[in-house]
Design a protein around this ligand. Structure first.
Ligand SMILES: *Cc1c(COP(=O)(O)O)cnc(C)c1O
Length: 232
């Protein structure tokens, strides 16, 4: 079994190859290592191999890991569903939140973000898959949400995120990624914000996402292995 450091090299090679194929700059795409369900020791190992940004889906699990890894300068990203009773913890333990899809959650994150911390960087999660998916803002509701979120004081609206339904149909998946890029371009024109962050692509589809314009791929199993249990 290859170890975490070797897996990270393999994933970096995949990212570089996909970027080269479509003529993108070699560091136009960042890697977020998704460490949900994996222990702090695995995160430490990945960090020692040069990985800086880590993504977590479950608040308490993430905070327990942060406590064990307080000596490391890790950039923590929250990427899971957000319950309103968890916003204070999320607002103050993470640098980024990728999964905001309601104004109420964004308002709470803004109100609760410590004034001594830099603004919390967020992505709006968009439901590009239609009916099948319950999370993410509907594309036609995105402009109003983005306008309202961009006006909040302790938040920086940095871009968009999507989790298309998985499946073998490559054209369909590409279409979902392309839709997120188009929504971002429209919002950019409307708000004047750079909205540079396009959080899309995972272990199985990162090449497609990069070819369509992803700026951050969220990769779990290709780095840490197949998850064998649900997170706590
Ligand atoms: C788990 C997860 C990932 C990583 O998925 P892999 O298929 O293991 O790479 C990416 N994004 C989100 C939102 C996730 O929950």
């Amino acid at each position: 079994m290859p170890g975490i450091a070797e897996n990270l090299r393999t994933v970096s090679t995949r990212i570089e190859a996909a970027g080269r194929k479509c003529g993108r700059h070699h560091n136009a795409v960042r890697l977020l290592a998704v460490s949900k369900t994996w222990p702090a020791a695995a995160v430490r190992e990945a960090h020692a191999a040069g990985q800086v940004a880590f993504g977590e889906n479950y608040v308490q699990e993430a905070i327990d890991k942060m406590a064990e890894l307080g000596d490391l300068p890790i950039e923590w990203h929250f990427i899971g569903p957000i319950q309103s009773n968890k916003t204070r913890l999320i607002a103050n333990h993470f640098a980024w939140v990728h999964s905001v899809d309601r104004l109420k959650i964004a308002q709470r994150l803004s109100e609760q973000r410590d004034v001594h911390l830099p603004p919390l960087r967020i992505c709006l999660q968009v439901n590009v898959s239609g009916e099948e998916s319950k999370s993410g803002v509907a594309p036609d509701e995105l402009p109003a949400l983005a306008q309202a979120v961009a006006a909040l004081p302790r938040i920086e609206l940095a871009g968009l995120m999507c989790i298309p339904e998985p499946g073998p149909d490559e054209a369909r998946l590409r279409g979902r990624f392309r839709q997120l890029v188009e929504l971002r371009d429209d919002l950019r024109a409307m708000t004047g914000l750079p909205l540079d962050m396009l959080s899309m692509g995972m272990s199985d589809d990162l090449e497609l996402a990069i070819e369509e314009g992803s700026t951050m791929v969220r990769v779990g199993s290709a780095i840490f292995g197949t998850r064998v249990r649900q997170a706590v």
